[in-house]
Design a binder for this molecule. Structure first.
Ligand SMILES: C[S@@+](CC[C@H](N)C(=O)[O-])C[C@H]1O[C@@H](n2cnc3c(N)ncnc32)[C@H](O)[C@@H]1O
Length: 389
């Protein structure tokens, strides 16, 4: 699918919105099975750079559309779920547009509220609006980091039970500033210390910084609920082959990590297509020549990881004594490595064909690329064994 015209020259926003749309829909449909009220907080809502008068290219329009869609879907399943959304915006002009949009699209099905002001100052007010018990999803999508992504700023939210977060981590900015003297205080607030990345290759540096931030987020234990878990997905510059930011996802549900990463995997193709299209359009405007083949028709699958590495990882997890691998274990493996479930499935399949491992619970062998059913037996999974080294 082509990137809509309204996202021209900001294809990274299109990719971000596609993830938000896909993940929120899956999340709300899952959460709506067990909760009567679902809350959504857009902590830096905009509208910002919107081109579409109906806000279809903003997180505001997208999230509200998904809430309505999920409410209908849940109703058809006999579930009556109330959705409540809160939008925070500092800029007066943007806030005016936000208010006008919300009042023109009021509906008894999704209750919306907007507040004008600094996120930092409104924190207690936001938490008050959320109350203690309802499930709440926080979207934290600022332009910078000050009084935003530092752990101390987010701490009151991280402590709240029954909450999930999607945080825009301005990676490229932090990469450029983390070694500079004037930013050392900021780095301490974000990473706990000034990160020492001297001597690291670019990929190593990226993994180090993002994992450091993730592990600091997870250290703030919530009052109640499961252990914090995190994953992330990189969003690239449209025209340059480097990361612009990461979307960091934080949850206390193993299933959340699995579903988030399924949507991240689908996003890879969306992102590749969007960037190829942007690059093609940029070439065409430079040369004045239209290219014969549209970039969206010639996308090749990309080799992301070395399956041998995934196989070695599996072998390090398995032993001659059978062990159960369910959703908890899968979430842990995803968190550890950043690989997708499909990578683990493919690697297990190869090991199984080689006679190195066996799934003791998979007697049918009707596989279709699923060699381990992590969600079987109420998410407890299946018994796996290592036959030889
Ligand atoms: C990156 S834009 C948000 C884009 C939006 N989430 C989307 O995806 O369509 C960030 C927004 O946050 C607002 N903003 C910046 N600093 C803020 C602050 N301290 N508190 C609240 N809003 C702020 C900006 O005016 C801008 O509209």
């Amino acid at each position: 699918m082509k990137v809509p015209e309204s996202y021209r020259n900001r294809e990274q926003t299109y990719v971000k919105h596609q993830l938000l749309r896909a993940y929120l829909e899956r999340l709300f449909m899952i959460i709506g099975q067990s909760q009567r009220i679902v809350r959504y907080v857009d902590c830096f809502s905009g509208p910002w750079n919107e081109q579409d008068k109906n806000f279809h290219d903003t997180s505001i329009g997208i999230s509200l559309g998904i809430m309505h869609k999920c409410q209908d879907g849940l109703k058809r399943m006999g579930k009556n779920v109330r959705f409540q959304a809160l939008f925070i915006e500092k800029n007066k002009r943007a806030f005016g547009k936000l208010e006008a949009y919300l009042s023109a699209s009021t509906s008894p099905d999704v209750i919306t509220t907007a507040r004008n002001g600094e996120f930092y100052d409104l924190r207690a007010n936001i938490l008050n609006w959320c109350g203690q018990d309802d499930f709440t999803f926080f979207f934290v999508d600022p332009k910078g980091w000050k009084k935003v992504v530092e752990i101390s700023t987010l701490e009151p939210f991280l402590r709240r039970p029954n909450s999930e977060f999607l945080i825009n981590f301005m990676y490229d900015f932090l990469l450029r500033t983390h070694t500079q003297d004037p930013f050392q205080e900021d780095m301490r607030a974000i990473f706990g210390d000034v990160p020492d990345t001297a001597g690291m290759a670019p990929k190593q540096k990226e993994a180090y910084l993002i994992n450091l931030y993730r592990s600091r987020l997870k250290k703030i234990a919530p009052f109640g609920g499961g252990i914090p878990r995190a994953a992330h997905v990189p969003i690239f510059y449209p025209l340059r082959d480097r990361t612009l930011y990461h979307l960091v996802y934080l949850t206390r549900h193993a299933k959340g990590i699995v579903v988030f990463m399924e949507e991240s995997e689908k996003l890879e193709l969306v992102q590749r297509r969007a960037r190829d299209q942007a690059k093609q359009e940029s070439r065409e405007s430079r040369t004045g020549q239209l290219e014969l083949f549209s970039s969206s028709n010639v996308i090749q699958p990309e080799k992301r990881i070395d399956l041998e590495e995934v196989k070695s990882y599996w072998l390090s997890k398995l032993s001659a004594r059978s062990l159960r691998f369910g959703i908890d274990e899968l979430a842990g493996m995803i968190e550890d490595t950043g690989w997708f479930e499909s990578d683990f499935q493919a690697a297990f399949g190869e090991l199984s064909d080689q006679g190195t491992v066996e799934n003791l619970d998979d007697k049918t062998k009707r596989r279709r690329r699923k060699y381990v059913h992590f969600d079987a037996h109420h998410n407890q999974g299946e018994h796996l064994i290592r036959l030889k080294s």
